[in-house]
Design a protein around this ligand. Structure first.
Ligand code: MSP
Length: 517
């Protein structure tokens, strides 16, 4: 951990040429879990998401539906805002690159780069992919059987572009970037991505075209409005626009440098090469960490509009429930790896990990408590070895999960939590509280207290992942809102606290013909 109390986390800002799909939902979900965890852990969090609204791609998409770019961006941006509500994300702000303050920040950054001598006027002649908003050298492209030239890495068509352009002297930054990666080993994660970036930079960097003249939808270059800024320079700047750049006395500047930029693996070069170079050239500290997660495929196939297999997160949530979807996406695939989305696997997790393991544990314990302990937190007698063992495992979870989330290892954090749930289920079976009712009611109460207390600890840690379901379980355990943050992790359940009647939180998913199709 950085040791600061602030925690600034960002999602990529999403292109408004398309409606949100599972990939967007995934990136923001990961950030949401971290933001919620850090808030519960006492950090002063700023969580930013938003939309990337300039560039040729958006201009083209707007023209295709007969709208002015601004009107088009206004319309599609709303669907990303709606996703925030549908997925129960908790951003502190939603930024749009068409905001005035963002123009000001971009132009201020440009002026800094120009004043530092890192920008010069030239002419770009080369390949450009509008879909990727990326320049490619010829060797990075190939001509397909249909006679169209495409970028090898992304498969997107490229066009020949020849126009006056300002360049950023990226070539001069290679050594300083390598030194920066060396001094900041945590800057790029996972390790494989770090190696990929380092070898790319070691291979030599070319100066980067940072302005365009053949279209106009973007931020004008200060002093030369026939040029608009390259959309990636514009887009990356959003992270500091939010903090008030260039006013370093702005109230939100305390959050910079960002603790974490979460990105997909496809946009790592922009975040780990261009962005720190721009910032260093402008005399601004680079972010502390960039994590690149993998990509989802759908039942073994690449997700694409042309294949018609795009996964709509809202549809998933309507079918399977919000919290189960949130859980599944972060549990199923080791974060950082690519993953294949399979309905079978989702249903398996929903019925196995959620309904059978966690839901059933809560239901079993809370219904015996309701029936046998007068609807109150049971009395706690002397603890046996098995009791202490389970309580200790649950008590260790906070440190464990904190360490795993510091590495963005969501799957491992969830595995650790679910191991304690499995222990608790074994403990219920071994202690058989229902059989103690007649022989030893005091012992039964202690067993139930140990279980309820274990569920409390587990559920506090489930909160960032499944905010709604965990809230309902904590309600049923009588945990007041002020005891739901991690400073109250050791605040054990108080015997005698009145409890509301228990209610199942994770129903089993029964497949209907429609869901199975
Ligand atoms: N606008 C740029 C980002 C600018 S940030 C300064 C952009 N936008 S995007 O909308 O195309 O993509 C946003 C994110 O969605 C990327 O991190 C990308 O990796 C992620 N995903 C898009 N498809 C995905 C999958 N199939 N699976 C997982 N994530 C994927 O890039």
């Amino acid at each position: 951990m950085s040791g600061r109390s602030t925690y600034y986390i960002t999602t990529p800002i999403y292109y408004v040429n398309d409606v949100p799909h599972i990939g967007h939902a995934y990136t923001t979900l990961a950030c949401d879990v971290l933001a919620r965890f850090m808030r519960l852990d006492g950090r002063d969090v700023h969580f930013l998401t938003g939309t990337d609204e300039h560039g040729q791609k958006i201009e083209k998409a707007a023209a295709a539906v007969g709208l002015a770019p601004q009107a088009f961006a206004d319309k599609v941006s709303v669907s990303f805002r709606d996703l925030v509500t549908r997925m129960n994300y908790s951003p502190d702000n939603f930024i749009r690159t068409t905001e005035k303050r963002h123009y000001a920040a971009c132009q201020a950054l440009w002026e800094k780069l120009a004043a530092a001598g890192d920008i010069y006027l030239g002419k770009y002649a080369g390949w450009y992919s509008v879909r990727d908003e990326t320049y490619f050298v010829e060797g990075e492209t190939e001509v397909g059987p249909d006679n169209k030239r495409r970028a090898i890495s992304t498969g997107a068509e490229v066009d020949w572009v020849e126009e006056p352009s300002y360049f950023f002297k990226l070539s001069a930054w290679a050594d300083r970037l390598l030194e920066f990666y060396e001094r900041n080993p945590r800057f790029i994660a996972p390790e494989s991505r770090r190696n990929e970036v380092i070898s790319f930079v070691k291979g030599g960097l070319q100066d980067l075209s940072v302005s365009r003249t053949s279209f106009s939808w973007g931020v004008p270059v200060p002093g030369d409005p026939s040029h608009i800024m390259y959309v990636w320079l514009d887009a990356l700047t959003n992270y500091i626009t939010e903090c008030g750049y260039p006013d370093e006395r702005a109230p939100l500047w305390k959050y910079w440098p960002a603790d974490l930029h979460m990105v997909g693996k496809d946009i790592i070069r922009f975040h780990c090469v261009f962005w720190p170079a721009f910032l260093m050239a402008a005399g601004v500290e680079p972010p502390q960490r960039v994590f690149a997660h993998g990509w989802w495929t759908n039942e073994g196939q690449k997700i694409s509009k042309s294949l018609g297999n795009v996964i709509d997160p809202v549809e998933l949530v309507n079918t399977y429930g919000l919290d189960p979807v949130r859980y599944f996406l972060l549990r199923e695939v080791p974060f950082g790896n690519d993953g294949d989305f399979q309905k079978r696997a989702l249903i398996g997790r929903l019925n196995g990990d959620l309904a059978n393991a966690y839901g059933n544990l809560c239901q079993r314990v809370l219904s015996i408590v309701a029936r046998n302990c007068g609807g109150k937190v049971p009395a706690k007698g002397p603890l046996a070895e098995a009791d202490t063992a389970l309580l200790e495992r649950a008590a260790k979870l906070l440190d464990l999960v904190r360490a795993e989330l510091a590495e963005q290892a969501f799957h491992r954090a969830l595995t650790s939590i679910w191991e304690v749930i499995a222990d608790a289920n074994r403990y219920v079976d071994a202690q058989a509280p229902w059989a103690l009712a007649k022989t030893d009611p005091a012992r039964r109460d202690t067993v139930l207290w140990v279980l309820a207390e274990t569920i409390r600890r587990v559920t506090l840690l489930v909160q960032p992942f499944m905010p709604d379901a965990s809230g309902r379980i904590l309600d049923q355990l009588g945990v007041p809102p002020e005891h739901r943050h991690f400073a109250a992790f050791d605040h054990a359940l108080e015997p005698g606290t009145a409890l509301p009647p228990p209610q199942g939180v994770f129903p089993r998913f029964v497949e209907t013909a429609k869901a199975a199709s």
